[in-house]
Design a protein around this ligand. Structure first.
Ligand code: ADP
Length: 190
């Protein structure tokens, strides 16, 4: 099964993708985690991405598209995977469609975690104060607001993109973590 988890920063995508990975053996592929690993390891990709990520902008499409293209071909992905944080704009979604078509594959579903935008800003501010000085250079109020703006402008249009393809499923992301997991499992018939 090939899934995309879609939702703004603070919606709980990563938490839910991890739970689905644990419960159902799908591999969680978080481009954010992979890029942070590249930054920590000081690779060429990491050097390119570091500053862009710290301010909350998107790293270039070709960088993330090639990361995903390589990663999804590794043996542990054979049973399926959850894309968490990718695609983040229409160009990336088109590149993903092309990549899968070339492999004779397709997406099973795109799961949208719906969260009230008004709540997000306060969740984000709480997270920024809790994680200040922590491992993520982009968990400060300014970069988090930027990530939210980038989401609204570039990533939210994917809801329509996948809606038109009839593979979009939306779940209320405002409930408790357990309730959201249960809703996701029901929506995806897992
Ligand atoms: P969050 O969902 O909390 O905003 P992520 O861990 O998914 O955070 O991403 C952190 C940062 O990594 C993004 O702000 C961006 O700079 C970079 N990034 C992650 N995925 C992508 C992507 N698909 N395209 C471009 N940049 C990305």
């Amino acid at each position: 099964m090939k899934l995309i988890f879609l939702g703004p920063p603070g919606a709980g995508k990563g938490t839910q993708a991890q739970r689905i990975q644990e419960n159902h053996g799908l591999v969680q592929l978080s481009t954010g985690d992979m890029l942070r690993a590249a930054v920590a390891a000081g690779t060429e990709v990491g050097k390119k991405a570091e500053e862009i990520m710290a301010r909350g902008d998107l790293v270039p499409d070709d960088v993330v598209v090639s990361i995903i293209s390589e990663r999804t071909q590794q043996p542990d992905c054979a049973k399926g995977y959850i894309l968490d944080g990718f695609p983040r704009n229409v160009a990336q979604a088109q590149a993903l469609d092309k990549m899968l078509a070339e492999r004779g594959e397709s997406l099973d579903a795109v799961l949208e975690l719906k969260v009230d935008p008004k709540i997000l800003l306060s969740r984000i501010e709480t997270r920024a104060s809790e994680t200040a000085g922590g491992p993520r250079a982009d968990d400060n109020a300014e970069a988090l607001k930027k990530r939210l703006d980038v989401y609204m402008a570039q990533t939210a249009p994917l809801i329509e993109y996948y809606g038109k393809k009839d593979i979009l499923k939306s779940v209320d992301g405002m409930k408790s973590i357990d309730e959201v997991t249960a809703e996701i499992e029901a929506a995806l018939k897992l």
